[in-house]
Design a protein around this ligand. Sequence first.
Ligand SMILES: C[S@@+](CC[C@H](N)C(=O)[O-])C[C@H]1O[C@@H](n2cnc3c(N)ncnc32)[C@H](O)[C@@H]1O
Length: 293
Amino acid sequence: MSGFSTDWLSLREPVDHRSRNLDLQAQVLSYLEKIKTVYPGSVHITDLGSGTGSNLRALAPHINSVQYWTLVDYDLTLLKAARSTLLAWADSEINIPTGGSNVNLLDPIKPISILKQSNTIVVKFKCVDLFNDYQTILNEPADLITAAAFFDLVAQPWLTQFCTHLSKPLYTVLTYDGVEKWSPSEVIDADILNAFHQHQRTDKGFGSALGPAATQCLENLLRAQHFTTICAPSPWILDHHDSALIEQLAIGSAKAVREIGSVPLFEVNQWEQSRIQAKRCEIGHIDFFCYKA
Ligand SMILES: C[S@@+](CC[C@H](N)C(=O)[O-])C[C@H]1O[C@@H](n2cnc3c(N)ncnc32)[C@H](O)[C@@H]1O
C-alpha cells in the first residue's frame, strides 16, 4: 500500500485532466508524430507511479496510433484498480496478442487490449518499487517515459541517478510546485504552508523528498545531460464545483501540518475548518517535457 487511495486518485482525476498544460501536451504529441518510434506503426509509453492509470486516460485519446503502455507502480491494489478502471473506461476490450501475457512476479496482472475512440491500446502492468528498480524499467524499449504527480515524492540522490540513466524523452505532469492561494487569504496561511512544505520534504520512500523543488532539480539535471527541456504551469484552479476535492485537500494538508507540529494545534484545527468550506483555491503544479534533439 502506497498511502494513495483509489478514492483520492479518482477525486483528483478530472481536475488533473483539465489542469494539464495543453500547449506542452501539444508539443509532446507533435514530437511523437515526428519521431521514428521504437516499433514502426506504434507508440510505446512507460508511465511511472501510474496509480490507477489517470495519465493514460488523459493522454491516450490524443495519440492517433496503436499504443503500448506499461503502467509501473509498487502498489498492487492500485494496479489492479488500474486494470478494472481502464476496462470500464474503454469502448471495448479486444482480443489481440499483448506481447508477453505470462503472469509472473513482476507482472502479476494480466495485460489488456482495449479500444478507445478507434485507437488500439495495449496495457501491461508492472509491480515495481522504483526506488530500487528504475534502471530495469528505463532499459526497456519505449518512445516516451511519462509520470503524473510522482516526481515531488523522490529525493535528490535518487533523481540524480535516474537522470544519469535516462536516455529517453520524459514527460511529467502535475508535479507540485509549492504555490497555494486560498481565498480569502488569512494570516495563518503562510505558517500552514511553511509546515506543509516541511512535510513535503519528508521521506516518501526515496529519502528526503524534493517536494516543490522537484521540477527545477529535474530540469537542471537533464539540461546538464544535454536534454532540451520545457516547463509549463498546470495549476489546479478550484472553485465551488470542486468542493469535495477542496475538503479532502484541507483535511490532508491539516493532517500533514499536525505531523510537523510547528503550528499550534488549535490554529491548525481552525484553519482546517475554514478551508474545508473554501470556495476557491489554487494549487500550483508544473508540467515538464525533455528530449534529445
Ligand atoms: C500522487 S500518486 C499519482 C498516481 C497517478 N500517476 C495519478 O496521476 O493519478 C503517486 C503514485 O506513485 C506511486 N509510487 C510512490 N512511490 C513509488 C515507488 N517507490 N515505486 C513505484 N511507485 C511509487 C504511488 O503508489 C502512487 O500511485
